[in-house]
Write a protein that binds this ligand. Structure first.
Ligand SMILES: [Zn+2]
Ligand SMILES: [Zn+2]
Length: 230
C-alpha cells in the first residue's frame, strides 16, 4: 500500500455514488486514503483525499476503491474463542479479544458464532475451558465447534495462561495473560518492548499501537489512524 508523502495537501473530489467510506483507498494517480465524505444537494458526494498529485475533478469519473480494513480477517488475525451464550459472556469474550490485540499486537475477532472459517485465522486464543482439557467443565457449544475445526485443520489453539504463569513486562509493566515470552533469565517482556510488534494495521507505521474496534474486530492502530477512524 502506498504511504502518503510527508507533506501533502487535502484535495476534494466530487463523485456520484456513496459506496465509499472513510478509510477506503482511492486509485487516482496513486492510492489515497479517503478522510471525509460529504453529501451535496445535487446528489453527488464529495470526498476529501490527501494527495498533492490530484488535479482533475470530475463528477462522472470512475475511481477504483480499495478498502484496507474491513471486518474480514487479515491473514495474521486471530480468533478469540470462549463462552458467548449470554450478554455477560459476550462482554467478557470481547474484553479477552481486546487483551489479545493489546498484548500480541494483532487483530483479534471475538467469535460470537460458529460460522467463521477457522483457516482464515493464524490461531485461536481460548478464554475458558479448552477442548480436550481433563478438567470437567462444560464447553460452550460455539467455542467447542470452532476448537474442533481448528484441531481438524491444524490451526493452532492457544489456551490462556494459568494465573501462576502470568507475568508483567519487565520494561513497561503490561500484564502478560494471553501468552508469555521469557528470556533465559526468566524475565518477561511484552511484544512491544521486545520490538516484535508488527506496527499499525492501518498505515503500517512501526509505532506503538492501541486496540481500536473496527466493525467488531480489535485492530492494532497508531494514534493518528485511531483519531482518523473515530
Ligand atoms: Zn513492555
Ligand atoms: Zn497508523
Amino acid at each position: 500500500m502506498a504511504h502518503a508523502p510527508a507533506s501533502h495537501t487535502t484535495v476534494t473530489l466530487t463523485v456520484r455514488g456513496s459506496e465509499i467510506i472513510p478509510g477506503d483507498l482511492l486509485a487516482v494517480r496513486d492510492w489515497s486514503a479517503v478522510e471525509e465524505i460529504g453529501s451535496r444537494r445535487d446528489g453527488t458526494t464529495s470526498l476529501h483525499v490527501r494527495d498533492g498529485g490530484i488535479r482533475i475533478v470530475g463528477d462522472t469519473r470512475e475511481y477504483t476503491v480499495r478498502r484496507e480494513i474491513t471486518p474480514a480477517p487479515s491473514p495474521s488475525a486471530v480468533l478469540a474463542v470462549g463462552p458467548c451464550a449470554t450478554d455477560d459472556d459476550r462482554a467478557n469474550l470481547d474484553g479477552f479479544a481486546f487483551d489479545v490485540c493489546d498484548q500480541l499486537c494483532v487483530s483479534a475477532v471475538p467469535a460470537l458464532h460458529s460460522s467463521y472459517n477457522v483457516r482464515d485465522f493464524a490461531a485461536l486464543y481460548v478464554w475458558g475451558p479448552v477442548l480436550g482439557d481433563d478438567v470437567v467443565r462444560k464447553l460452550d457449544p460455539v467455542a467447542a465447534v470452532l476448537m474442533a475445526e481448528a484441531l481438524a485443520y491444524g490451526v493452532e489453539v492457544r489456551p490462556m495462561l494459568r494465573p501462576s504463569e502470568c507475568a508483567r513486562c519487565l520494561a513497561c509493566g503490561q500484564g502478560q495473560t494471553v501468552a508469555k515470552v521469557v528470556t533465559k533469565y526468566g524475565e518477561a517482556f511484552c511484544v512491544d518492548c521486545r520490538g516484535d510488534a508488527a506496527g499499525c494495521a492501518w498505515c503500517g507505521s512501526d509505532v506503538v499501537t492501541n486496540p481500536v474496534d473496527v466493525g467488531g474486530t480489535w485492530v492494532p492502530m497508531c494514534s493518528p489512524c485511531e483519531a482518523r477512524h473515530i
